[in-house]
Write a protein that binds this ligand. Structure first.
Ligand SMILES: [Ca+2]
Length: 708
């Protein structure tokens, strides 16, 4: 489907309404971020035949403007002209003459369902009141999607056709709405719940490849060499299946992702199909560093920035029932970080690349002050302003990337460099890419550590693939795609890491963990639903590969539940638990998965993975509590939405795309899980202070969700 803007034909039949005379409409296919979708189980269709009219009533509570509307349509190939009009409304009935009316020709040849964007230019200024948006079309069988789940409580779908005897009446049940979203500062939307968002392509059939583990003899824990070196590679914004590794993606990855070094890592190690992170950069990094959920006072990082990020298609500050509480952006200096704990266990420590959870409130939370012997690039910022080095006077620099730490790796590619790493000659003399500079920093750091006596812990946190998405030119050419080329630069880091470990004789006593900080955001995460920032699987499920030859059985896969908070206790276990943080001061919320690394076939019960999100983030997130748990061999996800005071339940074992809400039929699963959520939120510890959405009227916290 193309994104052309189609020529318009304006109907000025109502031009006597001076205020909007001259307004025009333009029709186009909505871009990726604006596409609408609705759970098919809660959806229907309404056809607008020639001579009939369909519409939607809308309540405008405060003066503002409408710049247009997005609608979900189908059978576009049969459509001729579309006319959109806006009336004042009395109940289900449009009144008087249209305030605005515009027509345009729909494009021929479009197949299937499409989010149609209608721009109104200039925008319509509306005062408080009830309105009706009315659709008609000529020579057409145009169909519009209905949300039968009362997605927009402020109005409903209406119709005027032969069966209504030419009178206006409600359409298709009192709870039905057209699937729509207004554009402009008047917010009305029949699919406002982010969990309802589901691109149409997600409904394609899914085939998941189930890997069969080869035979292996697991090593008993007592037999393994303690205190391995540990390298955590945490990529930024890399989606669950945006790598070319079948073991991890269950075969769902698009073929543009070519990552041969990661494929080798998986072939020699263990892939996790169900690894979870927080839905955003900073919260995941805070969870990893502290080993704690955000509800702990020394974590307290629930989201990037603040918990009242309204707008951009999300519920407005005016309409929301709650306020997001205040949070912090740094892991507190009082926390005992994983680096500090590993230092207590005799490790040398380093952080390279994106940090994001220190320095907002002072230098005491920067990596060098919270347990890292070496810090290259770790700073407050959450993304790289540039992906390539640029000239600065006589030298080269990565402009505004952290605090200049990477500038000593910023010189353009030399012949020697290209030969050493097997990179193409076409790069000779061109500016250095940020992923290569990260590898250079890694080589320098591991080179230092390998000659020392201590085991080392290295957080290698690439800036890729956070936006701006800029690939090294040869990698873009090789993959045919800017993002896939950017992902390929990550794969080169892994290739260089493995080569370096071999060269320094440290392969056999080094554990590599490769993962991401949240779901993908630049392209879809199909078959997972949603993207970065959401609590749907597309937002929180991430790739995870563990590699430690001779200890972790090769070419194995596990579906054990793992969350970012688990890394810290796992590392402590492997370090020998010589020193662990006092539980009174710094309890850990995760569970070690060291036993799974040794035996991926192990039967194991982890407590549920929990999420508490008490605020707002544009169209992606509203106050929500989530639990993911294993019940009688099936994996379930239970969600509570504060705004709607409503629950959803999905069976992730047979519904990876979270399409079928089971809340009405599976009470025996949901009820005990709601009690586990209550127990989790109500646990007693001086450091456990979960923050809830705040009632607007009283400022009082809403507290835990009710019991089912
Ligand atoms: Ca991220």
């Amino acid at each position: 489907m193309n994104k052309h803007v189609f020529p318009i034909l304006v109907t000025l039949a109502f031009a006597f309404l001076q205020v909007h005379a001259g307004a025009e409409i333009r029709l186009s296919v909505a871009d990726e971020n604006e596409q609408l979708s609705v759970n098919p189980r809660k959806a229907g269709w309404t056809k607008v035949s020639t001579g009939n009219q369909k519409g939607q009533t809308i309540a405008v509570n405060k003066s503002g403007t409408i710049k247009g509307v997005v609608l979900l349509v189908a059978d576009v190939e049969a459509a001729g002209e579309l006319t959109i009009s806006l009336f004042s409304a009395n109940g289900d009935r449009p009144e008087d003459d249209a305030i605005f009316s515009g027509s345009a020709q729909l494009p021929g040849g479009l197949k299937g369902e499409a989010s149609l964007r209608v721009d109104i230019d200039p925008p319509l200024k509306l005062t408080k009141g009830s309105y009706a948006l009315v659709l008609s079309s000529k020579n057409s069988n145009l169909r519009f999607r209905l949300n039968s789940a009362n997605g927009y409580p402020g109005g409903r779908a209406i119709r005027k056709n032969s069966s209504s005897k030419g009178e206006w009446t409600g359409a298709a049940g009192s709870g039905s709405d057209l699937v729509f979203r207004l554009l402009g500062d008047i917010e009305a939307n029949s699919v406002s719940d982010s969990a309802e968002m589901m691109p149409r392509s997600e409904r394609a059939p899914i085939k998941l490849i189930q890997h069969e583990n080869p035979e292996f003899t697991p090593l008993p824990f007592a037999k393994i060499r303690r205190q391995p070196n540990i390298v955590t590679v945490m990529v930024d914004d890399l989606g669950w299946n945006q790598i070319g590794v079948t073991q991890t993606t269950m075969g769902t990855h698009p073929k543009i992702y070519r990552t041969p070094n990661l494929a080798k890592l998986a072939a020699g190690g263990l892939s996790f199909t169900h690894a979870y992170a927080q839905p955003n950069c900073a919260p995941t990094r805070a969870a990893m560093l502290s080993g704690q959920y955000p509800a702990r006072i020394h974590n307290d990082v629930y989201v990037v920035g603040n918990l009242n990020r309204h707008g951009r298609g999300g519920i407005s500050r005016e309409k929301s029932k709650f306020l997001g509480p205040k949070q912090t952006e740094d892991v507190a200096a009082a926390a005992i970080t994983v680096a500090e704990a590993l230092k207590q266990n005799g490790y040398a420590t380093a952080h390279i690349g994106k940090y994001h959870v220190g320095g907002h409130g002072g230098d005491e939370t920067l990596p060098e002050n919270v347990g890292f012997d070496i810090n290259i690039g770790g700073f407050t910022q959450g993304h790289q302003p540039v992906c390539f080095a640029s000239k600065n006077g006589d030298g080269w620099e990565f402009r505004k990337l952290g605090r200049g730490h990477f500038d000593r790796f910023a010189a353009p590619y030399t012949e020697e460099y290209l030969t050493k790493h097997g990179f193409p000659n076409s790069l000779l003399g061109t500016p250095k890419h940020v992923s290569d500079a990260l590898s250079d920093a890694m080589e320098e750091t591991i080179g230092k550590f390998a000659t020392g006596k201590k085991p080392f812990y290295l957080q290698l946190h690439p800036y890729a693939v956070h936006g701006p998405v800029r690939s090294r030119p040869d990698l873009k050419t090789a993959t045919g795609d800017e993002l896939a080329g950017f992902v390929a630069s990550i794969d080169l880091i892994i290739g260089r890491l493995q080569k370096l470990l071999k060269a320094t004789g440290t392969t056999d006593n080094t554990l590599i963990l490769f993962t991401s900080d949240n779901g993908g955001t630049h392209k879809d995460n199909l078959p997972l639903r949603g993207k970065k920032g959401m609590l749907t699987e597309g937002g929180v499920r991430v790739p995870l590969i563990a590699y430690w030859p001779g200890v972790i059985p090769a070419n194995t896969v596990t579906d054990h539940l793992v969350h970012t908070v688990d890394y810290y206790p796992t590392y402590l276990k492997l370090a020998g638990d010589r020193w662990t943080p006092p539980t009174k001061k710094h309890p850990l919320d995760g569970e070690s998965f060291a036993d799974v690394l040794l035996n991926p076939n192990l039967e194991r019960n982890r407590e549920p993975i929990f999420y508490l999100f008490p605020g707002y983030m544009d169209s992606r997130a509203q106050p929500t509590v989530v639990a993911i748990d294993e019940i009688e061999g099936q994996r379930y996800k239970l969600l509570y939405f504060y705004e709607a005071d409503a629950w959803q339940l999905y069976n992730l074992s047979d519904d990876i795309g979270e399409k079928t809400d089971l809340i009405k039929t599976h009470t025996s699963v949901a009820a005990p899980l709601s009690r586990k959520i209550r127990a989790w939120l109500s646990q007693q510890h001086p450091t456990w202070k979960p923050k809830y959405p705040l009632h607007k009227a009283t400022g009082e916290p809403a507290g835990p969700p009710p019991l089912l």
